[in-house]
Write a new protein. Structure first.
Ligand code: UD1
Ligand code: UDP
Length: 368
């Protein structure tokens, strides 16, 4: 009998990081995969599903404009409950640290269905940084049966929390699988009119803990850099979260050297990433992808749960203060040696084979 696996996706990065796992499981004769989209993100989820040629078998359509975490949580719990009751999966599988993932793990636990956690064990050690993701991860770990840790450090974090070693597997991060997949077919990328004569700086911001003053500080730094350096061009694909969008347009609209664009599909984003000189971001996934492409990353956060790239010297935590962001960016623009030291192309997060490992492990585990 085939094993029924519900692969849950809610937001943009979950589609990107689950796509390789979904493809791999669909190739296995023992598995029947159903894609359950919560649509915690609507437009951005649809955009990524299209790029990866995926269709949802079930769509919970939970996104509401600027919804609160509590409203989202309550809605997810009720809707998961109904689906798990009717579908009776053998396994629920999800990636990362969103509210979709933590609630999928909780309801799977209530239904006594095993939960597999992709990208398990990331920890910043601070429950408000990133918020609410750090707690989402810790909750998920307590409820998951199998933990697919991207790195040895992530495994150690889980061991410290009492997760049995037999249930933890170091697989690499599936984002590197997705990145390699997209690099291979990148030729379809839209012509985005990038000015090759200038140094391209790619910027993304969206973290909840940065809403308000920290995000204003970040955007002030971007604005200052655009005015100070004539030989740079800044591209900022703006997240649709209204708390982000409003600030970005208020601070950066119609400014010389700055292009505010809509969220890019993954193919286009990887194209821009590979053309970039430097990345400024608070994103989790981009901290993993940029080192794999040899692009230095300045991390616009006070804490990160991805210290591996920082320790390898290819990413730097610069926080959310204007002065520090300007100083660190200017250094990489002015000092070729400092730039080269960060553009080493060390990729601590995976080798592009994580999804194969996850499918192999699940085959063994589900057979037992
Ligand atoms: C969510 C995740 C975060 C992840 C990020 C990836 C939670 C609590 N947060 O943050 O961990 O890093 O996604 O991008 O799980 N919106 C749209 N269209 C979209 C997506 C969002 O309009 O396609 C707007 C809606 O008004 C929505 C709001 O953004 O209510 C916030 O979306 P939400 O998923 O709650 O949080 P994010 O900030 O996107
Ligand atoms: N990304 C994209 N288009 C964009 C911005 C980001 O395809 O305009 C991709 C990026 O390559 C990465 C993922 O989206 O794989 C990161 O998503 P986000 O920053 O929203 O979430 P996080 O990783 O912080 O949870």
């Amino acid at each position: 009998m085939k094993k029924k696996i519900l692969c849950v996706v809610g937001t943009r990065p979950e589609v990107i990081k689950m796509a390789p796992v979904i493809y791999e499981l669909r190739n296995r004769s023992w598995s029947k995969v159903l894609v359950l989209a919560t649509a915690q993100h609507r437009e951005m989820l649809d955009q990524m599903m299209k790029v990866f040629h995926l269709e949802a078998d079930i769509d919970l359509n939970v996104m509401k404009h600027n919804q609160s975490l509590s409203e989202l949580t309550a809605n997810l719990v009720q809707k998961f409950d109904r689906v798990f009751s009717t579908e009776k999966p053998d396994l629920v599988l999800a990636q990362g640290d969103t509210t979709t993932v933590a609630m999928a793990a909780l309801v799977a636990f209530y239904h006594k269905v095993p939960f597999g956690h992709v990208e398990a064990g990331l920890r910043s050690g601070d429950c408000y940084n990133p918020f609410p993701e750090e707690i989402n991860r810790r909750l998920t770990a307590q409820m998951a049966q199998w933990h697919f840790a991207p790195t040895r450090r992530a495994k150690d974090n889980l061991l410290k929390e009492g997760i049995p070693e037999t249930n933890i597997f170091v697989t690499g991060n599936t984002v590197i699988d997705a990145l390699f997949f997209m690099l291979a077919k990148r030729n379809n990328a839209t012509n985005l009119g990038i000015d090759d004569s200038k140094k391209l700086i790619l910027v993304t911001v969206h973290r909840r803990e940065s809403f308000g003053r920290p995000m204003e500080n970040i955007l002030s730094a971007i604005s200052l850099l655009a005015r100070e350096f004539n030989d740079i061009s800044i591209v900022i694909p703006v997240h649709p979260n209204p708390n982000v969008r409003k600030l970005v347009y208020n601070k950066l609209n119609n400014q010389k050297n700055i292009d505010i664009v809509e969220p890019l599909n993954y193919e286009d984003f990887i194209h821009v990433l590979s053309k970039a000189y430097l990345i400024l971001t608070d994103s989790g996934g981009i901290q993993e992808e940029a080192p794999a492409l040899g692009k230095p990353v300045l991390v616009l956060r006070e804490k990160t749960e991805r210290p591996e790239a920082i320790e390898a010297g290819v990413a730097k935590l610069v926080g959310t203060k204007t002065e520090k962001i300007v100083k660190e960016t200017a250094k990489l623009l002015n000092d070729t040696k400092a730039y080269r030291e960060m553009a080493k192309g060390i990729s601590p997060y995976g080798d592009g084979r994580a999804a194969i490992r996850i499918a192999d492990i699940l085959e063994t585990m589900l057979a037992e």
